[in-house]
Design a protein around this ligand. Structure first.
Ligand code: GDP
Ligand code: ZN
Length: 290
């Protein structure tokens, strides 16, 4: 018995890597009866059947740190949230939603401000500061020229990392720069097949270093912030956390209430007004839903 990591899965075939060798594996039937099957990112035990042909059978799935349905993968440790400074224009609403997604799923977010060649330094610094001040790592890149890519690459060590962000922000360019190859982001949330049906495809993991993998997904765009109980929303704005139990009302929404510690912090400049406004906008989207 040996322990490896599932890199990909197509129907019943799993590619499992251990010690830099990739084995073609099947999974024991018992997984299906237990309603669980291996997915990319899973740490698994395998019995090697044929060393020369590099075939094996998966006998056990280790406990998962996390699990994602669309696209299907497990044990994601880190997510690079790619934002383009221009073309397409910077979308901080989406960035904040994705930060909520990351916080909610206990995945470490790293913000990548890409296409810095298209925007002036002042604007880039302004946005960068909003997020570094609340404790997030921000890396500025020009993927086309490979600027900042080394810094990004360092962050990938000992992680399973996915890239996320709008179409056109530069995810493929960044990944291909990092992998020094030419891949397309396949692990789409849902690909329309020829019959027009939605088929979910699995993420493929690329090994970039010892214990370092990158997933070929373009993101987790099906995530809906409204999956989160709206009373919990504020705590996913991490800079709000120190104030949340200091409001007058225990169930404070931090919107209309008097004596709200979050609002006071905004007024005192301790919380970014822009972030707070995006919180209000999200909160109001909830309200209109009910
Ligand atoms: P994806 O949809 O997020 O994978 O985006 P792509 O990697 O396909 O990039 C979309 C377009 O933006 C391509 O034409 C890239 O050449 C271009 N692009 C990517 N990064 C940069 C950058 O840092 N600066 C500039 N000027 N263009 C970039
Ligand atoms: Zn409040």
């Amino acid at each position: 018995m040996q322990t490896g990591i599932v890199l990909s899965n197509i129907s019943d075939l799993y590619k499992v890597e251990l010690n830099n060798i990739v084995y073609d594996c099947n999974a024991r039937g018992k997984f299906k009866s237990n309603d669980i099957s291996p997915v990319s990112g899973d740490i698994v035990d395998i019995d090697i059947i044929n060393d020369e042909k590099k075939t094996g059978v998966i006998t056990k799935i280790h406990d998962r740190k996390n699990y994602f349905k669309r696209p299907k993968m497990a044990n994601l440790s880190q997510i690079i949230l790619v934002v383009s400074m221009k073309m397409p224009k910077v979308d901080l609403e989406l960035l904040d939603k994705q930060l909520i997604f990351a916080e909610y799923n206990h995945v470490k977010p790293i913000i990548c401000l890409n296409k810095i060649d298209l925007e002036n330094e002042e604007k880039i610094e302004y946005i960068s500061n909003i997020y570094t001040q609340i404790g997030y790592k921000v890396i500025k890149t020009n993927a086309k020229e490979g600027i900042g890519v080394e810094e990004l690459k360092k962050e990938l060590q000992n992680n399973i990392t996915a890239f996320s962000g709008n179409s056109g922000v530069g995810k493929s360019t960044l990944i291909n720069n990092i992998l020094e190859t030419d891949i397309t982001l396949e692990g789409e949330i849902s690909n329309k097949n020829k019959r027009g049906k939605n088929t979910t495809t699995q993420v493929k993991l690329y090994k970039i270093d010892e214990n370092s993998y990158v997933a070929d997904t373009p993101g987790f765009s099906t995530f809906d912030v409204k999956e989160i109980d709206k009373k919990e929303l504020a705590k996913y704005f991490i800079e709000f956390r120190p104030y949340l139990n200091k409001c007058e009302y225990g169930d404070c929404s931090h919107i209309k209430e008097e004596k709200c510690a979050v609002k006071e912090a905004v007024q005192q400049g301790k919380i970014s007004k822009a972030r707070y406004e995006r919180y209000c906008k999200l909160w109001n989207e909830y309200v209109s839903k009910y």
